[in-house]
Write a protein that binds this ligand. Sequence first.
Ligand SMILES: NC(=O)c1ccc[n+]([C@@H]2O[C@H](COP(=O)([O-])OP(=O)(O)OC[C@H]3O[C@@H](n4cnc5c(N)ncnc54)[C@H](OP(=O)(O)O)[C@@H]3O)[C@@H](O)[C@H]2O)c1
Length: 342
Amino acid sequence: MIYQQLGRSGLLVSRTCLGTMTFGNDAWGCDAAESRKLTDAFIAGGGNFIDTADLYAKTASESILGDILTDHDRDALVLATKCWFPQAGHPNARGLSRRHIIAACEASLRRLKTDYIDLYQFHGPDPYTPLEESLGAMADLVRSGKVRYAGLSNFSGWQVVQANEAAKRAGITNLVSGQYLYNLLRRDIERDILPACRSEGLGVICWSPLASGFLSGKYRGLDKPPEGSRFDQMGKVLLPRFWNDQTVALVERMAEMADELGESIVAVALAWCLAQDGITSVIAGASKFSHLEPQLRAAELILPEAMLAELDAALPCDKGYPDEWFQIASQGTFPKEYIRKV
Ligand SMILES: NC(=O)c1ccc[n+]([C@@H]2O[C@H](COP(=O)([O-])OP(=O)(O)OC[C@H]3O[C@@H](n4cnc5c(N)ncnc54)[C@H](OP(=O)(O)O)[C@@H]3O)[C@@H](O)[C@H]2O)c1
């Protein structure tokens, strides 16, 4: 296993992170026994970074994980969870108010059966609560020892910068991570968020790096998802997000690449993410024990340059304006011949 510092921090995390959104999910996930097999094998394979959230399987993911971790060396692990989604019917059990952040953190600690969360993340931005209040509450959790490091998820680029400034004013050295949807089929964060995270010193950890399973190749040759599959059950969200003629063609090409390397499509997809500048770790999901092995291999897989270049060119992110303006206008203003990039 390869480990990397998370953002501008000293915290070392495995380049494959175990995603636990499937744990306890009756519809398209796995039960407690399979979750245990997955977690045990992930840790045995050198993985130390595990991601959950109070949202997942209506808190069952955290509870199952908490039970499993009592049989492991908790201090050897980097445990990440999140708050933001509603946890009760009343209006104060959601978002990023001081009241909710602290209550949600304490509930997560109880379910996870631990005294501290290594990485506590805001699951999304709260348009109604001042950032000073949210980051002030996070800073208090850090000072109390309940949280070690702070991160965020699903914030836009300008919000990352504002949140990091508010964090520093509240006494947190720096936010350490941003958790974002990123894979070969959805590269939206390259437009603004990835540059913002790089410049603010946040490591990026990618969610759905396998496009919720589409990049495993399991839907190859099908014109619609099999009944009961995750893509069938969550089709409204997942089909428009990931499934079209171009993505189907790319998976076919990736299958050829995988054969050439003697690897799986899963390993190729994850290794591509990990080769991108600013990406610290991929949060891969699994619902079966057999899913894990190629995910662990990916952390050490270096793709040949030519393959990386072909994958980069396959479904590039349209960065739009003002990037388009800059690419044209900067050629005359900063000619390559006399300005050397350092
Ligand atoms: N911050 C956020 O807003 C956010 C949002 C979503 C997820 N997340 C985090 O990201 C994690 C991963 O998300 P995800 O589950 O969408 O990720 P993913 O890695 O893109 O998809 C995981 C799915 O891919 C399939 N798969 C994985 N390995 C496979 C293998 N070797 N062979 C065949 N199929 C394989 C399985 O599908 P089947 O189960 O269908 O077989 C598995 O459930 C979550 O657990 C969670 O921690 C965060």
